[in-house]
Design a binder for this molecule. Structure first.
Ligand code: GRF
Length: 290
């Protein structure tokens, strides 16, 4: 139960304790203040008193919880939490001001990252909050800098055997992860922390031409060598195997006799840029509401 809450709210153990404490203290403060305020009205305890009390505590609760959250260091969590609750109560996520925070993991030129950033630059629903990269000097880092998005350069040991950079992801309140040319396998701890909230794009029609070592031009070379007449893109959830998780979307393009790995890569990139942002929007929004 506690583990589930930790996952749902994307917080560590200590923060979870502080959040539960805030709920408890905020609730008590709200009940106490509500009673005190009603005492000022000299109203007899009865049906009306009870209705007014319920109304008062409904109004006071968010304020009390926010107040208590400040000294406990949980203000930003509760601000987001209340915005989300308000969005749900007002009936539709479109009315909510809560934005889904996405981290893009990329280690290459970053043309997909660029497209995604561009697509969501004015979005009321999605915020590209962080670029995670494992290659110093990768093109995607310049893209992040130009767009004014914080970037995080990660190193192997900590990613696979340390804390997997979960504290940084939590600090930026990352709700969803998008892989766009990130070649390291995602560690189980990250997959468990973001169940069905990590997407990858692969430049071929999976399950063919995927797996370890199948990336970049190697994929296109293999497709051409096999004499395929079509290739395409696959967007899928990430699990612990390379290019293996549940497939969400595929789009195809023709492979002609004149195609080289380079020309095929260009066709594939066009398909990726045209489709990845839209799929991210629909999946992230759906997952974020659940
Ligand atoms: C894309 O072709 C994607 O399918 C694969 O890595 C490539 C990244 O390209 N996962 P870019 O860095 O976004 O240009």
């Amino acid at each position: 139960m506690l583990k589930k809450l930790q996952q749902r709210w994307k917080v560590n153990g200590l923060n979870l304790v502080l959040i539960i404490t805030t709920f408890a203290l905020g609730g008590s403060l709200c009940g106490y203040t509500g009673r005190k305020l009603l005492m000022l009205t000299n109203l007899e305890k009865g049906f009306l008193w009870f209705i007014l009390y319920i109304l008062l505590i409904t109004l006071l609760w968010p304020l009390c919880v926010l107040l208590i959250s400040i000294p406990l260091g949980q203000f930003s969590f509760f601000k987001r939490y209340l915005i989300k609750v308000w969005g749900k109560m007002s009936g539709s996520s479109n009315n909510s001001h809560y934005k889904c925070n996405i981290a893009i993991f990329a280690s290459g030129a970053g043309s997909n990252a660029q497209q995604i950033i561009h697509q969501f630059s004015d979005s009321a629903l999605i915020n590209i909050s962080l670029i995670v990269c494992n290659k110093p000097g990768a093109g995607v880092l310049q893209i992040a800098e130009k767009a004014g998005i914080p970037s995080l350069l990660i190193e192997k040991e900590r990613f696979f055997n340390g804390d997997h950079y979960l504290p940084e992801l939590r600090k930026q309140h990352i709700d969803f992860i998008v892989l766009a040319g990130f070649l390291w396998k995602m560690p189980a701890a990250l997959i468990n922390a973001y169940p069905k909230k990590i997407l990858n794009i692969h430049p071929a029609l999976l399950p063919k031409y995927g797996g370890k070592g199948m990336y970049g031009s190697k994929v296109h070379e293999a497709v051409i060598a096999a004499g395929e007449t079509e290739s395409g893109i696959t967007i899928h959830f990430v699990d612990e195997l390379y290019d293996h998780g549940e497939i969400i979307f595929q789009a195809k393009c023709e492979v002609t006799l004149h195609d080289t790995a380079e020309t095929l890569a260009q066709k594939i990139h066009l398909l990726e840029h045209a489709n990845y942002p839209g799929v991210i929007a629909s999946v992230a929004e759906k997952q974020n509401r659940s």
